[in-house]
Design a protein around this ligand. Structure first.
Ligand code: F6R
Length: 365
C-alpha cells in the first residue's frame, strides 16, 4: 500500500488533506458552520477557571498550539505540560476543571499515568486519541477521536494535524460556551478550518521545492527553527521531526529568544528555518531573520503570499504557501516541515519509518 510512496511517512504526509477532512467532519455540524462536539461535552468549559493539557512529544506540541487558541477564542487560561513532568508536579487543582490528554496511540505510559493523576484530583477527563479502542480512550469521560487512520511511520505526521484540528474545534466550542466568541466569529473560524484540506493539497505541491532545500540542509550538522505565536510550537515540531528521522541536530526556539542565547551559534554553516505566515507577528519575526542574515546564517523562510511580498532580501531559501486564515496556518505550515525532515532523511540514507532507538508507542516511563 505504501509502494507508490516508498515509505509510510510520505504516504501519511500525503494523506493529510483526506485525514483532516474526516476529522473535521467528525467535529463540525452538518451545515458546516458550527462545531458540534459529542454528547457529554456540553458545559464542560463553562464555569471553569483553568484547563490543563498534557501529552508527550509531538502530541504535546499540538497541545502547545491549542493553548494559544483556548486563550484567544475562549479566554480560558491553559496549564500545559509534558506528561512526565505534570504527573510529578504539585499542581494546585480545582475540582471540576477539565483536563485534556492528547495521544495518537492512547497507550503512552506517562500520559496515561497523568490522566489517572488528574482524575484522582477531581478533574474532568477529556482525551484526543487516534486509536479509539486504546486504554486512554476507555479511561476518559469524554473522547474526541482524531480520525487520521492508522499511523505506521514512527514519526507522527497526520495524527499531529488531526490533533490540531480537534483542539481548534474544542477551543471554538469553548468560546461559544463561555460567550467569548460571537456566532459570526465562530462561523468565520469554521469556514477557515473547512478550507484547510484544500490549502494542504496546495502545500503538498511544494514537495519538489522542499526536497531541494532538504538536500541543502542535509549538508549541515545542525539546524535551528524559529517562530512566534502558534508558529513557535511549530518550530519545536519542525526541529523534533528533523532530528528524529534525519539525525541532524535541530532545535526549535521562540524567535524572540534568539538573542538570549542561540544567536551565538549562527555562522555561515547554520541553516535557520524561519516559520512566519504574514500575521500580526510577521514584522517582529522578520527582524529576527535579519539578525540571522547579519551573521551570515542561512535563513530558510517559510511564509505565505502576503509574507513573501513583505519579506526582506538576503534569504537563503523561501517557500511560499497560499495566504490563509490564522487558525489554519499551523495545520498547513506543518506539511513543509514534515517534508523537509523526510527528504533530509532520504538524502542522508536513514531509516525514515523506523528511526534508530525509537518506538511508535512508548509504554514504559
Ligand atoms: C514524534 C512522535 C512522538 C510521539 C510521542 C507521543 O514524531 O511520534 O514524539 O508524539 O511519543 O505518542 P502518543 O501520541 O502515541 O502518545
Amino acid at each position: 500500500e505504501k509502494a507508490e510512496h516508498k515509505h509510510y511517512m510520505r504516504k501519511e504526509i500525503f494523506e493529510q488533506p483526506e485525514a483532516l477532512g474526516r476529522t473535521l467532519a467528525q467535529h463540525l455540524g452538518q451545515p458546516g458552520l458550527t462545531v458540534a462536539l459529542p454528547a457529554g461535552t456540553a458545559g464542560v468549559f463553562r464555569d471553569v477557571d483553568r484547563l490543563s493539557i498534557t501529552a508527550c512529544g509531538t502530541a504535546y506540541l499540538a497541545g502547545l498550539v491549542g493553548r494559544y487558541w483556548f486563550e484567544r477564542y475562549a479566554g480560558l487560561p491553559v496549564d500545559i505540560d509534558i506528561a512526565s513532568e505534570f504527573r510529578y508536579r504539585d499542581v494546585p487543582f480545582r475540582a471540576g476543571n477539565p483536563a485534556i490528554f492528547v495521544s495518537q496511540s492512547g497507550e503512552t505510559a506517562d500520559t496515561l499515568a497523568s490522566l489517572e493523576f488528574a482524575r484522582a484530583r477531581g478533574q474532568r477527563i477529556l482525551s484526543i486519541v487516534n486509536v479509539p479502542t486504546s486504554t486512554m480512550a476507555r479511561a476518559s469521560e469524554i473522547v474526541l477521536p482524531t480520525v487520521a487512520g492508522p499511523e505506521i511511520g514512527v514519526a507522527s505526521t497526520k495524527a499531529f494535524t488531526c490533533q490540531l484540528a480537534t483542539l481548534a474545534c474544542l477551543a471554538i466550542a469553548a468560546g461559544r460556551e463561555r460567550g467569548t466568541l460571537s456566532a459570526e466569529a465562530e462561523a468565520a473560524l469554521v469556514r477557515g478550518l473547512a478550507n484547510t484540506p484544500r490549502a494542504m493539497t496546495t502545500a503538498l505541491e511544494l514537495e519538489p521545492a522542499v526536497r531541494k532545500i532538504a538536500h541543502r540542509v542535509a549538508a549541515f550538522r545542525s539546524a535551528l527553527f524559529i517562530g512566534r505565536g502558534t508558529s513557535y510550537p511549530l518550530a519545536l515540531e519542525g526541529a523534533l521531526k528533523l532530528k528524529e528521522v534525519s539525525y541532524i541536530h535541530a532545535e526549535g526556539y521562540a524567535a524572540g529568544e534568539l538573542k538570549h542565547g542561540p544567536i551565538a551559534l549562527i555562522d555561515k554553516d547554520f541553516p535557520v528555518v524561519v516559520i512566519a505566515p504574514g500575521d500580526a507577528s510577521f514584522e517582529k519575526t522578520m527582524s529576527n531573520m535579519q539578525e540571522v542574515i547579519a551573521r551570515e546564517g542561512r535563513p530558510i523562510l517559510i511564509t505565505d503570499q502576503k509574507g513573501a511580498s513583505l519579506a526582506p532580501q538576503g534569504r537563503w531559501e523561501t517557500l511560499v504557501l497560499p495566504t490563509m486564515p490564522a487558525i489554519c496556518a499551523p495545520l498547513v505550515f506543518a506539511l513543509p516541515l514534515q517534508l523537509l525532515a523526510y527528504h533530509a532523511a532520504l538524502a542522508l540514507g536513514t531509516d525514515v519509518d523506523q528511526p534508530r532507538n525509537l518506538a511508535k508507542s512508548v509504554t514504559v516511563e
